[in-house]
Unconditional design. Structure first.
Length: 264
């Protein structure tokens, strides 16, 4: 009986020390992320990285969340490898640098990505990190260039995409696909997309045709750009659309008449 009790204690000890103990590879990935910060209030020193500020692990010690919004992080952002990460929130810090394609390559379980309110720049990588991605907020940074149509290639579960207040330029054109040359699998692939915001950029050209295929859209907000042309009648198929904000663009009378005669 006493032996059984001692064994029980021993097992509980082994289980409790293992249940949250972080994988050493995860610990090194986190340390490599922290090492590129020039100023960091993080006190990431103890052995078990699952107990570090901002970190959540699953029961096997894989890091699933890295949540460090408004933590005064300063410095460059570089690719790190956390294969089980589902939530990444580094919003409202002072991170700079560009999102290289490698940044995303090893985050293929990612569901929520919030890098808003930083100083990130450069062009967007060719595609979103994972087919599980649901929410992307890259607003209020210094990203520029075009949003590649291939960006949405895997994004069949994307519900919210916010790139307000950057400097994206050029055509809002999702028609040329960089991966396979097919026509138009940009936004049209995003069958779950509910919110699409890209105000205060430098988008010009027409609305992409395949936006009308994202029939779950509830909000399209693209004010303060240089879009022009007309809205297609296909917009009647966006039956969930409650907010369509295209103000402060270059839409002419043709647009206004369609808007004006819209039944809803
Ligand atoms: C940093 O963490 C260690 C171990 O968790 C702790 O002993 C120490 O007090 C912490 N230092 C600061 C400045 O919070
Ligand atoms: C990121 O964290 C901030 C601060 O807690 C929060 O307001 C924001 O909603 C989070 N982003 C996402 C996408 O959950
Ligand atoms: C998309 O979402 C559905 C419902 O939440 C889920 O069952 C499916 O696994 C998700 N697809 C991917 C690729 O994550
Ligand atoms: C736009 O982004 C810049 C840079 O991140 C930020 O300082 C500014 O507050 C943002 N403006 C708005 C209206 O969010
Ligand atoms: C906006 O786009 C126009 C051409 O489409 C370009 O001439 C101008 O430099 C761009 N502005 C910024 C701030 O990138
Ligand atoms: C939109 O969907 C229709 C039918 O569902 C399809 O035939 C068409 O190719 C799609 N268009 C785009 C631009 O994805
Ligand atoms: C709306 O969608 C239906 C069903 O996919 C299609 O038959 C119809 O042509 C679409 N209407 C417009 C204006 O695109
Ligand atoms: C639950 C889960 O997805 N676990 C995965 C975490 O990452 C490792 C390394 O890639 C995988 O082997 C696990 O299956």
């Amino acid at each position: 009986m006493a032996h059984a009790f001692v064994l029980f204690l021993l097992f509980s000890y082994i289980i409790s020390t293992h249940i949250h103990a972080c994988k050493q590879t995860e610990r090194s990935s986190l340390l490599s992320f922290a090492s590129t910060l020039s100023s960091s209030p993080l006190n990431w020193t103890s052995i078990d990285c699952c107990r570090w500020k901002g970190i959540t692990c699953d029961q096997d010690g894989w890091v699933t969340r890295l949540l460090l919004p408004s933590k005064g992080l300063k410095g460059g952002i570089s690719p790190f490898s956390l294969a089980n990460l589902t939530h990444l929130n580094l919003s409202h810090n002072s991170l700079y640098g560009s999102l290289e394609t490698q940044f995303f390559l090893s985050l293929n379980q990612l569901e929520i990505l919030d890098l808003s309110y930083n100083h990130l720049s450069g062009e967007l990588p060719l595609s979103l990190p994972s087919s599980s991605i649901r929410t992307v907020d890259l607003s209020s940074n210094h990203f520029f260039g075009a949003i590649p149509s291939s960006f949405f290639q895997q994004a069949s579960n994307l519900t919210s995409f916010n790139v307000n207040n950057n400097t994206f330029t050029g055509q809002l054109d999702f028609s040329s696909n960089l991966f396979n040359g097919d026509l138009a699998p940009g936004l049209g692939k995003c069958s779950e997309l509910q919110v699409f915001r890209a105000s205060h950029n430098n988008l010009s050209g027409l609305l992409p045709e395949d936006i009308y295929n994202a029939t779950k859209l509830e909000e399209i907000a693209l004010p303060f750009n240089s879009l022009h042309g007309a809205i297609s009648d296909k917009i009647v198929n966006l039956t969930n659309l409650a907010i369509l904000d295209l103000s402060f663009n270059h839409f002419g009378a043709s647009f206004l008449s369609i808007w004006g005669s819209s039944p809803s």
